[in-house]
Design a protein around this ligand. Sequence first.
Ligand SMILES: C[S@@+](CC[C@H](N)C(=O)[O-])C[C@H]1O[C@@H](n2cnc3c(N)ncnc32)[C@H](O)[C@@H]1O
Length: 250
Amino acid sequence: MSEAFYSQARLYDLMFPGGGPAVDFYRADADRRGGSVLELGCGTGHKLIPLASDGHPCVGLDFSSDMLAEARRKADERGVAVEWARGDMRAFDLGRAFDYVFITANSLLHLHEAEDLVSCFRSVRRHLAPGARFVFDVFNPSVRLLAEADGVRRTRESLSFVDPERGRVSVDVAEAYDASAQVTRGTWHLSTDSEPDFVVAPLELRSIFPQELPLLLALGGLRLVERFGDWSGRPFAEDAPLQLCVCEPA
Ligand SMILES: C[S@@+](CC[C@H](N)C(=O)[O-])C[C@H]1O[C@@H](n2cnc3c(N)ncnc32)[C@H](O)[C@@H]1O
């Protein structure tokens, strides 16, 4: 249900310019482990292009051909070699194993059914070389924030950006939380003064609660080795913004 959102790859990069502590974390972590890297849900390559420029042989897999095209364009422009693959993280077979597999920026939360998450973890496990690690980050659901998702459309000032082709773009989001599915269903509206709602796209993200996460991993043949609560490596706690998880084969 989020494909339309990712069909706007150029606008996605203007709205979410990348960089910051997440890139620093994955660069340092992949360097510490060494070797080949696979990112699932790689998008336009915010993290993978820097890792490839550090010298790792990199493969990026994504569902969206628009996001992959933008990723390829940026990597080519920077002279960085990355293998881009169109595929579904729920079930994929790249025919080889990797030293480091990661999923970042809540991409995993596009899988809403428990079966899909388990199937993804099983596919990841099949792609882990001996001694490899699987690392992913998802937000830590806050029941207070989830309860505030009341379906009302509001402007997100912090996401507004300037599009060289259109001028200033404002971003409004209306979100409601479906508690039985554990999914926040949002509609994103992008507007300029002269073109209101030139993009209207759904974006739906599951919540994975802290107690279910190790169980889903175990069903996928993986074991949670460490869980951090932020990019500095603080141990996970109830008020942590993130679940930054390091896993190995069970
Ligand atoms: C929030 S973006 C993150 C992109 C990138 N990892 C980053 O850090 O900027 C989520 C990405 O996951 C991709 N995605 C969603 N569901 C997928 C699936 N089932 N298989 C592969 N990619 C998927 C989307 O196309 C999108 O590019």
